[in-house]
Design a protein around this ligand. Structure first.
Ligand SMILES: NC(=[NH2+])NCCC[C@H](N)C(=O)O
Ligand SMILES: [Mn+2]
Ligand SMILES: [Mn+2]
Length: 300
């Protein structure tokens, strides 16, 4: 991870119901992201925010059982284009969300550059819903499903036809809120999941080393999709769907340290920071601590 870094803000907010996730990219920038990364002697290009539709009807469409499908798809097409473009320039893409639907766009954009891409999904939720099984109709709970080719055609074929990631190349870490339909998708597709119980039983050290080894063997690039609600809400209160009982700040920071040492990652995104639900920008600051650790910041 010694290349130049390209930062993109991806402020989609209408794939979930809370106002304010669109402010995530700027909250993260205000938490000194660029300054801290520059201290690590990393070259940085901040491309600003991608333009995305900010409003929709917010109603569940009876035909698709989805909310704001057209607008979320359009925003993600724009994100996919931008990610593809900066990756072509040789930048290491760092995408700042936005709600987690942006993963559909980032992964689609990255897909153009890899044959067999892997994804680490650090999240309280697996985001493996579809319109048919979702309890909410919110597309931010469907992004991983879309990326592996499950769900609405418009989402699956976004930024290029068909699935973007083989479900065997996905590792979900920190899951503790899994809807019934998602459990089935996990089983049917053989997706590797470390729930919180697994992390408690095995320890974060084992979980991360095992995940890294697993993905190293079979992929030609690995994207980290870091949902801040993956971390325990004691540390990241500024997010729309917090779930108690997550990995601590320390465990997560250690996970990022191991990822840094492994040199496995080829792109990163951080999502679901919502400054309107936050406490003095704490969640964005925690997100920045995780990102700088990932890029080599050390305690000593
Ligand atoms: N990216 C997220 N925070 N997703 C939360 C999803 C919550 C719930 N499983 C749903 O589909 O509505
Ligand atoms: Mn998520
Ligand atoms: Mn989540």
């Amino acid at each position: 991870m010694n290349q130049k870094l390209g930062i993109i803000g991806a402020p989609i907010t209408i794939a979930q119901p809370n106002m304010g996730v669109d402010l995530g990219p700027d909250a993260i920038r205000h938490a000194d992201l660029v300054e801290r990364l520059k201290n690590l002697k990393i070259t940085i290009n901040d491309y600003g925010n991608v333009s995305v539709p900010m409003t929709g009807t917010n109603q569940i469409d009876p035909e698709t059982s989805l909310k704001n499908l057209n607008e979320v798809s359009q925003g993600n097409e724009n994100i996919a284009e931008k990610v593809k473009e900066i990756k072509s320039k040789g930048d290491f893409p760092l995408i700042l969300g936005g709600d987690h639907s942006i993963a559909i766009g980032t992964i689609a954009g990255l897909h153009h550059h890899y044959q067999n891409m892997g994804v680490i999904w650090y999240d309280a939720h697996p985001d493996l819903n579809t319109g048919q099984i979702s309890p909410s109709g919110n597309i931010h709970g469907m992004s991983l499903a879309a990326s592996i080719g499950i769900g609405h055609d418009r989402l699956i074929n976004l930024g290029g036809k068909g699935p973007k990631v083989d479900p065997k190349n996905v590792v979900i870490i920190g899951a503790r809120s899994i809807d019934e339909g998602e459990k089935e998708i996990i089983r049917e597709n053989g997706i590797k999941v470390f729930t919180m119980h697994d992390i408690d039983r095995l320890g974060m050290d084992y979980v991360m080393k095992n995940s890294i080894e697993y993905l190293e063997e079979q992929t030609d690039g690995v994207h980290l999709s870091l949902d801040v609600d993956g971390i325990d809400p004691a540390h990241t209160p500024g997010t729309g769907t917090p779930v108690e009982g997550g990995p601590s700040y320390r465990e997560t920071r250690y996970a990022m340290q191991l990822l840094h040492e492994s040199d496995l990652l080829t792109s990163v995104e951080v999502v679901e920071v919502n400054p309107l639900l936050d406490n003095q920008n704490k969640t964005a600051e925690v997100a920045v601590d995780m990102l700088t650790t990932l890029f080599g910041e050390k305690y000593l």
